[in-house]
Design a protein around this ligand. Structure first.
Ligand code: SAH
Length: 213
């Protein structure tokens, strides 16, 4: 598959749709206009890649809906060079969005099949996260902490304590919390012990799964 003017036109339309749905962050909309989402999907979905919808990516997982990616990314309020931890690499589309914002991305995936596939895809595309880890996101990445931002891209039944502990003071954790539906939740670390919590509407994610071992 190639990236063509036609794809670019569809991306521009998608960015307009997301702006209409309330995404105001220009850098995030610019990422949507730039990243060739159709290349993150199986070729059978090419015609639909720029609809604001989630699609299957194998191993029972989905690429998040563009609105969701844009919403979560905007809540992170990243600055260039921020250290960001992503839980749930999946197709890598959210990772690519964070890289477009010039952040240093550490990303964890627990499905070996997806981990391998996306690893190869990133090399082919020239996307360079700082680290891609095959492992359990519930534990975060203590050896690289603290982070300016942590984004969880699967539905968490509860907020894993290690993720809170791995935030910088001033850092942001964006996590959908709940079982069937999730409430998008933002925690901002105010001090060693204090966190501000904000909630933003209902979303639906595949579940953040506990370690298989
Ligand atoms: N960010 C991805 C979203 C993929 S869906 C994208 O843009 O495509 C969520 C992903 O989280 C899935 O790939 C799933 O395998 C992964 N996941 C689920 N539980 C996990 C865990 N405990 N640790 C790391 N990844 C997990």
């Amino acid at each position: 598959m190639k990236d063509t003017l036609k794809h670019r036109g569809m991306r521009n339309k998608l960015a307009e749709i997301l702006a209409d749905k309330g995404i105001v962050d220009h850098k995030v909309l610019d990422a949507i206009r730039t990243i060739p989402r159709h290349l993150f999907l199986d070729s059978s979905f090419e015609a639909h890649a720029y609809q604001d919808k989630a699609f299957p990516i194998g191993a029972d997982q989905t690429i998040s809906q563009p609105f969701t990616v844009a919403f979560q990314t905007a809540l992170l309020e990243t600055q260039p060079n921020h250290k960001i931890l992503e839980i749930g690499t999946g197709s890598g589309y959210q990772t690519a969005t964070l890289l477009h914002l010039k952040t240093k991305v550490y990303t964890i995936e627990r499905q070996l099949e997806l981990f391998k596939k996306t690893n190869i895809f990133f090399k082919k595309m020239g996307y360079r996260p700082k680290k891609m880890i095959f492992g359990d996101g519930y534990k975060g990445l203590p050896e690289e902490a603290p982070f300016d931002g942590i984004v969880v891209t699967a539905g968490a039944p509860f907020v894993p304590k290690p993720l809170m502990a791995q935030l910088k003071i001033g850092g942001r954790l964006v996590i959908p919390v709940g079982n069937n539906d999730q409430i998008m939740t933002l925690y901002i670390r105010k001090s060693e012990l204090e966190f501000e919590k904000m909630e933003y509407g209902s979303f639906r994610f595949v579940p953040l799964l506990e370690d298989k071992n």
